[in-house]
Design a protein around this ligand. Sequence first.
Ligand code: HEM
Ligand code: HEM
Length: 241
Amino acid sequence: MSGSNDKAHKLVWDLPLRIFHWGLAASFVGAYVLSESERLRNVHVMLGYTVAGLIAFRLVWGFVGTKYSRFSSFAFGPLAALRYLKGLATRSPSEHTGHNPAGSWAVYAIIGLAAATCVTGYMNFQEIGGDALEELHEAFANAWLVVVGLHLVGVLASSIAHRENLARAMVTGYKRGVAAAGGSARPLVGLSLATAVLAFWTWTLATGGQVAVDAGQASESAGAATESGADEHDDDEDQRG
Ligand code: HEM
Ligand code: HEM
């Protein structure tokens, strides 16, 4: 570990980004694991909406968040990503305080895949598109496995190459930096995001899944009940009670 000042540990990932990250990971895993169960379809849909809400938040945070959360701090082209991977292969990758160029492509892939999975899931739920759309929804969901697998390999490889536990950095927010710290952790925004997700889950589970009545009911009522609960933002649900 370098002792020099310009490489000291710095706050890189603000709290909202970390809540987004672990909330997304947990919601994806939950939605995937529960996807086959008819009985737990409402929980599947609830977690899917959580993914959608988190992605909506991330898109906004990419413009108004702290330094390393902003898309402008990791707008790397494909050549930069290849160069980084080449450096990684030869054990001499370039240093980046925020996302590295290859990792930033994984971020964009996951955001795109999340949006595609949620849109096709929602259409399925509203019984638009039939079997083909069901297949498409499942294919998008399975594509996550590939991208997330590559993401985990990337995190491990970069952690080894840079001799830094990057997973821990995603928990604490602190990372060895070659540039200035990201700024404030923005705890209030982070806690609001976490509260919104937990409130949405509590409300959905307590009302027996009003946001996502089970698939049988949905087909009987032709989606009437779901329309009022189809809002993708998870922070305004409690107003409806
Ligand atoms: C389903 C599982 C996962 C998903 C969907 C996921 C997704 C993501 C996304 C979207 C980002 C970018 C954060 C941003 O918005 O800027 C990210 C970054 C990161 N993730 Fe994950 N992640 C998952 C699991 C994990 C796990 C299990 C670990 C730790 C072992 C991990 C470690 C990291 C780290 C260290 C970064 C920052 C990478 C960097 O330093 O540039 N992720 N992940
Ligand atoms: C990250 C988010 C999501 C993941 C990973 C995911 C994954 C999956 C998978 C793998 C299946 C296929 C299950 C099977 O083998 O039958 C499935 C089915 C389904 N999903 Fe999702 N999904 C997500 C989001 C959503 C959302 C947001 C909705 C609705 C708003 C939704 C609604 C459905 C429905 C209705 C089915 C059943 C289709 C059928 O077989 O009739 N999903 N999902």
